[in-house]
Ligand binder design. Structure first.
Ligand code: ATP
Ligand code: MG
Length: 423
């Protein structure tokens, strides 16, 4: 074994050259969520294992084989959260947020699943999730979907993702469908891939989601979930579709769309891209009216979604937005470090919000200018012997071909505000 300790497979460091894009993405999403009146909730990354067993479902991939669970020092079984919905429901119930009220919540943070790492699939990944409580009508389902569409527009990704939609009906509808599906698939058992054969007993609906060509062929003639929906679920779905139509939002009803978590019922949806290979789902969600009760609360309608930030970052890297440079102003002052620091402090007072880097650590004029250029700053501010004597600063454009000018200290703030693009 090497004497250096490395990171854990599938768990990535995100370095400053990348966090700029991450922050830009997170800021855009936050702006849209704020614009719809959603409030942020922050939950711990560790929860009792029991919470996920009872919500996500024993027979799901996540609970069967993907959770990072371990015994705490006192023997309690804890799990690093594999998703945010269960913890959000737990927190909302625990703090009385679900009692006779409507909630629109969002959260952001790392999730953990022991999956096979590959592009777009990691063991620590990040989601921004949204959960709403107390609203049973299709209007809130539509709001969530329209909100995600607005997020893609804000990110410049609207042309790169498409919406798939389905209804899973009520638990009883799914129960009857499940029987019919299992009966049908059992007759063709030998033609199913191994994974699907295994799922036939444990989690048969998930077979609909298979990528295996042989199994897909068998599924062609399988009974359709749609035919098992009760009147209420059918009407809820019809109204949702009508609302999306009225809003002019395109979607495709995918009767095979099921989710990997047991708590979903009625509406489910996914935003999918073709640009990321097999890891094409960038956002997924749906209705889970039964979950709050299942976790010990009162029956509460709920619908939510989560988007995978790593996949959105990969998409954005193919469609790069213009990002603000780390610096706007870079102060170059060979041999004048105190004066330079004070100038930087003064400018941070007069130009609040501007990104100002002061060269630290000395070095020649030439090497400082090189760093100024690499910082992405629009302007270098030169503070040498001559400027100190004249009580001035030389302003040198680093982008474009504007002239260099020596500006008296008293006018510096005003002049810089003119030269910089509005902030
Ligand atoms: P997939 O079918 O891709 O495994 P999922 O159905 O397990 O996704 P959800 O639990 O609904 O996904 O999570 C919502 C979103 O979080 C996904 O659409 C995806 O963008 C992202 N996501 C899920 N698992 C991972 C992972 N291991 N690495 C990176 N992103 C992930
Ligand atoms: Mg998964």
């Amino acid at each position: 074994m090497s004497d250096k300790v490395a990171s854990i497979r599938g768990m990535n460091d995100i370095l400053p050259e990348h966090t700029r894009l991450w922050q830009w993405l997170e800021d855009r999403v936050r702006e849209v969520l704020c614009g719809y009146g959603y409030g942020e909730i922050r939950m711990p990354v560790l929860e009792h294992t029991e919470l996920f067993r009872r919500s996500i479902g024993e027979a799901t991939d996540i609970v069967e084989k993907e959770m990072y669970s371990f015994a705490d020092r006192n023997g309690d079984s804890l799990t690093l959260r594999p998703e945010g919905t269960a913890g959000c429901v737990r927190a909302a119930r625990e703090h009385g947020l679900l009692h006779n009220q409507v909630q629109r919540l969002w959260y952001a943070g790392p999730m953990f699943r022991h999956e096979r790492p590959q592009a777009g699939r990691y063991r620590q990944f990040h989601q921004i999730g949204v959960e709403t409580f107390g609203m049973s009508g299709p209007d809130i389902d539509a709001e969530l979907i329209l909100m995600t569409a607005r997020i893609w527009r804000a990110l410049g990704l609207a042309d790169h993702v498409r919406l798939e939609l389905n209804s899973l009906g009520e638990p009883e509808d799914r129960g009857r469908y499940r029987e019919a599906l299992v009966a049908y698939l059992s007759r063709h058992r030998e033609r199913l891939d191994d994974d699907s054969q295994r799922r036939l007993e444990r989690n048969p609906l998930r077979i609909l989601d298979t990528k295996d060509p042989g199994t897909r062929e068998v599924l062609e003639d399988a009974p359709r979930l749609e035919e098992y929906l009760g009147d209420e679920a059918r009407e809820h779905f019809r109204e949702l579709c009508a609302m999306l139509d009225a809003a002019g939002l395109a979607y495709e009803v995918n009767p095979r769309l099921v989710r990997g978590l047991d708590y979903y019922g009625r509406t489910v949806f996914e935003w999918v891209t073709d640009a990321l290979g097999a890891q094409g789902t960038v956002c997924a969600g749906g209705r889970y009216d039964g979950l709050v009760e299942q976790l010990g609360g009162r029956s509460t309608p709920a619908v939510g979604f989560a988007m995978g930030l790593e996949r959105l970052v990969l998409l954005l890297e193919q469609n790069t937005p213009e990002l603000p440079a780390p610096a706007e102003l870079y102060i170059v002052a060979p041999g004048q470090s105190t004066a330079a620091l004070l100038l930087a402090e003064e400018l941070r007072n007069t130009l609040p919000g501007r990104r100002i880097v002061c060269h630290c650590g000395g070095g020649s004029f030439k090497s400082q200018m090189k760093k100024a250029d690499r910082s992405g700053a629009h302007l270098a501010l030169l503070l040498g012997e001559q400027e100190l004597e004249n009580d001035s600063v030389t302003v040198k454009p680093l982008r474009g071909d504007g002239p260099q000018e020596e500006v008296p200290r008293g006018q510096l703030g005003t002049r810089l505000a003119e030269l910089l693009t509005p902030n």
